[in-house]
Structures are given as structure tokens and as C-alpha cells.
Design a protein around this ligand. Sequence first.
Ligand code: MRU
Length: 365
Amino acid sequence: MNKGHSIMEYETVELDDENGELVIIDQTKLPFKTEILRLKTQQEIWNAIYLLQVRGAPAIGVAAAFGIYLAAKEIGSEDYRAFYKEFQKAKDYLDSARPTAVNLSWALKRMEAVCNRNKDKPVKEIKKALLKEAEEIRDRDVSVCRQMGEYGLSLVKPGDGLLTHCNAGKLAAVRYGTATAPMYLGAERGYGFRIFVDETRPLLQGARLTAFELHESGLEVILICDNMSASVMRSGWVNAVFVGCDRVAANGDTANKIGTSMAALAAKRYGVPFYVCAPTSTIDMEMKTGDDIIIEERPGEEITEMWFKERMAPEGINTYNPSFDVTDNDLITGIVTEYGIAYPPYTESLKKILAESLYGYVPQL
Ligand SMILES: CSC[C@@H](O)[C@@H](O)C(=O)COP(=O)(O)O
């Protein structure tokens, strides 16, 4: 792990293979404290995902891939069947940490496929192949996000005002992020964007993470409360909205952090294009519509108590705390993937993009 001073110099998720540890930045402590966690056991990794110490769809996928590799490494048996049984137990356990971001199960399925493909080889070889696959999942995230950034950038112009919700940045991925990739690439090319960042209640990933990482990188950031996005759009200050995504259904409905659909509704009302940045790993054709997506419900304390201050709501109050919402496909102008931009009708365009992704390489523009 790089010990530079800037958060941008740290890796969001890293493997220390020699010591058998998953190394992450504890995102619950940011922006005030850069604390590195070294996770050894499956329970520690599960907790880190559940407690949002590592969070954001792509980063969860990378953490799960390294996590299941570490679990596999610990399995003593040389017999494939005994090994695979233990592997599956660990896989199911990690998979249960969070339900909405498909990247968790996507990465674990990819790792399981490595076992199946290599089942006739010695277990030692399978473990090596698992490490290679996990590294490939991590490395590919960088090129995929960069490519989405190129496509996203083609949709805007220098000087534009952009708005984003939650954190779909470097801290939610490996580098560039998804929704922030066009912003970072634009900054590299002197686009001079002005970026409105929703604070994103209840856990403030927008304020604590997005505003932090963009600001650290020298971009112009204006932090707003979630209930202000309609107002800034009505004022004509936003030329495009870019958000990340945890799962895309076959019809183009997308699940992302709670409050995303509110921003999409406002964007539609004020004629602001609304783009969802989603790597193809986030598209789940098994979900026909957004109604099929499981929305994670989290503890009410996330609403009644701020993380850093005393309680804010009466004792005993009922709460409802869905962590994600579904943005209906008719509110989405385009879905930006690493293989190009899908436009409505999404049932057709997503299929076409997925077919292209079967070739397996990320095209360079
Ligand atoms: C690039 S990630 C897209 C999403 O994962 C992100 O916007 C989001 O909703 C993250 O939610 P979180 O609950 O912090 O994991």
C-alpha cells in the first residue's frame, strides 16, 4: 500500500498475498482519517463489506474476488471435491454481505468458474488461477472505467456544470470511478467542469467521499444537500447528470444509492440529460425490470444518528432506511458502458452491448 499523503495515492482495495491480507482504506473514517485495515478472516472481510468500510459496486467486486482467493488459499485439502465444498461455503458467505450491487455475486461467480474450468488440475494450480483471475478483475476495472470516461466525456463540453449523487468515484472502484471517470478525464484535458455533488443522506457518501476525492484532485466541487438538486437544475447550472449504478435490469431500470431517482425526476423536469455509468459487469439480464432487484434495507440508526455527532431523532422513532432506489428507464437518457452508450429502448441496446462484450476486450477509442 502506497504511503503517500494524498488519498489519490492509495489503492482502494489491495491484496497482501505474502501475509494473506486484504488491505483497504476504511471509508467510514474518511475524510478525516486515512486508516488502513488489514483483513485476514472471512468474517473480517464480510464485516468490512457490510459496514461499508469498502463500498461501491466495483470495489465490492474486487474485495470479494481477493477475499474468496484468500479463503481458497487457506483450504488445506488437496482433494478437489473437498476443496470445492469449502470454496462454495466461503463464496455463499461473502455473497450474503450485501444484496443490491450485482458486482459482488458477479465477481464470486467468475471466481467459481475458475474452479470449474480447472477442476482436473491440482488444487495448488487452482489457487494460482484464482489469484490471476482476482488480479484480472481488479486490473480490468481500471481500463473499463477509463473507457466509460471517454464515452461519458463525448456527451459534454468544456465549462459544463455536472451533477452526481453518492460516490461512484475512485473510492468505489479502483481508479477513475464510473460516474466520475468523465470528470477526471475532463480535468486531465482542461475541461474546467463545475461539479455539483449531492451530499447523499443518510451516510453522506457524496459529502465525505465524492466531494473529498474530487476536491483533492483539484476539480471544482460544489457540495449541495440532496434536496437542492432540483433547485440547481432549475437555475440552469447543470448540463448533465452522471451517476453510478449497482445493478441494471434488462429493461434499463437501474438501482443506485437512494435518492438517485429523485435527481433523475428533477433532471427530466428541467430537460437535463441523465446518464448512468455502468460497466457491463453491472448489467443483470436475469432481472427483467427494476422490481426484481433486491433493495438493501439498513439499520434505522443510520437515519436517527449521525456518525460523528449525537442522536438527531426521538428515541423509539420508527424508521425506513432503503439504501438504494430504482430509477425508471424512461428517466435515463443513456447508459454509458465500456462498450459504448446504450440508448432507449434498452431491452435492445443492452443486449447488443452485452453481445459485443462477449469478445472480451475493451475497445480503445
Ligand atoms: C461506482 S459505484 C455505483 C454505486 O455503487 C454507488 O453510486 C452507490 O450507490 C454506492 O452505495 P454504497 O452503499 O456506498 O456501497
